[in-house]
Design a binder for this molecule. Sequence first.
Ligand code: SF4
Length: 73
Amino acid sequence: MPRTPVVDQQCCISCEVCTQICPEVFRMEGEEEGHGHDHHDHKSEVYNPTGAPEEKIEQAMDACPAACIYWED
Ligand code: SF4
C-alpha cells in the first residue's frame, strides 16, 4: 500500500510551496470552489494522496517551511 501524506493544518502557514511542488496531491482549501485568488486564509490540504510518486511528495515535505506535512501511519 502506498503511504498517505497528511497536512497538519494547525501549523500550515499557507505558503503554497507544497501545491507548487506537487499540485497533483496538494491544493489550497477553497480552490475547488472557484474563488481562487484570495488564498491568505486557506490551508493546504491533501486532495489526492496517491496523485504523485512518494519521492515527489517527500520533496514537498522537505520544502515545507513549517514542516507540517507527514506520512500517516
Ligand atoms: S508547504 Fe507547508 S506551510 Fe506551505 S502551504 Fe504546504 S503544508 Fe502549508
